[in-house]
Write a protein of this length. Structure first.
Length: 319
């Protein structure tokens, strides 16, 4: 296999494609921003208690609820404004200056869309953006419908405990084509496209284990979760594995990649990073809580959504 080696005897067409690939420029921008996705930098996910104590009522904090207007109008957290998800990019770049705020908090129903958006804004150098863990579902039971119905054990019997010892292949990095734009403009335009579409386009609802054959499957970041039992053929990757000089080149560029963690929060975040780089990635909605809930609750309860504990039932504004 010829892997990004100038000594390879490529055809003229292949050489033309390589000369147009802007991947290295894009990932270099992200590296210059401190590889924001590494686990050491993950204080951007904040829980409901932290938000109530430290975010509410501060003039230089901006709290944005990205749900649909009709949902926001029914119930919302005090002090928030409503900017629907698909309007976020325009709002950040045309209506406000993010630097005017100490912190900007994004809130959705589950926490997954906003970790995806937070990742994309951080890649663009907007490093004061945060996501409410579990979204409104952690705040009050009346706005927790997204999470309450999701925990499931339907696929526990399909899990395996043996590590996937298959030798990892090495692939070319994805092709990112652009002509005259600067590196930042390319990154910004890719971000705009990703945030203008529904997050459902980049997520996956667990249906049947047989439906997973088409995917390269990654259990992400939580090694305890992987060792408890994982989807057959799944590989374990940490955030550090997804650095350019680590195992990023072992991600396939010719098939979709399915990411799962315990609850969909972290994979929403890494999904944004990998999508910006050109990978076809999807995050399992609600993570492993949606298919091996009791195993998580028994063995690593801090990663389980427990209705009586996770939902804080803090005050909301109801109309």
């Amino acid at each position: 296999m010829c892997i990004r080696d100038s000594s390879c005897n490529n055809s003229p067409t292949e050489n033309l494609e390589q000369s147009k690939n802007r991947f290295d420029e894009i990932i270099s921008l992200i590296e210059e921003n401190g590889n924001y996705f590494l686990s050491d930098n993950l204080d951007f996910i904040v829980d409901a208690e932290t938000v109530k104590e430290n975010f509410i009522g501060k003039d230089d904090y901006l709290l944005i609820d990205v749900r649909l207007k009709e949902d926001y109008d029914k119930n919302h957290i005090e002090g928030t404004i409503n900017v629907e998800y698909e309007d976020l990019f325009d709002y950040f770049f045309n209506e406000i200056n993010p630097k005017d705020y100490e912190k900007i908090l994004l809130i959705c129903q589950s926490g997954m869309r906003t970790t995806f958006a937070t990742s994309i804004f951080m890649a663009l150098g907007i490093n004061n953006v945060y996501s409410l863990k579990f979204g409104t579902s952690s705040w009050h039971k009346d706005i927790a419908t997204e999470w309450i119905s999701q925990p499931s054990d339907d696929y526990t019997e399909n899990l395996v405990n043996e590590s996937n010892l298959e030798e990892l292949k090495v692939y070319d990095f994805p092709l990112i084509e652009a002509d005259s734009e600067t590196s930042y403009e390319i990154l910004k335009n890719r971000a705009k496209v990703l945030l203008s579409e529904s997050y459902r386009n980049y997520s996956y609802r667990f249906n049947k284990i047989e439906d997973l054959a088409e995917f390269y499957i990654i259990c992400y970041e939580n090694s305890d979760l992987y060792e408890l039992g994982h989807i057959p053929n799944a590989h374990f990757y940490s955030s550090a594995d997804l650095l350019r000089n680590s195992k990023l080149s072992t991600l396939p560029n010719d098939k979709p990649i399915l990411l799962y963690d315990s609850d969909g929060q972290m994979t929403g975040f890494i999904n944004g990073y990998l999508r910006l780089l050109g990978y076809e990635t999807y995050s399992v909605s609600f993570g492993a809580n949606s298919f091996m809930y009791d195993v998580i609750l028994k063995n690593i309860p801090d990663f389980a959504f427990v209705e009586n504990n996770t939902i804080r039932n803090y005050p909301i504004i109801s109309n």
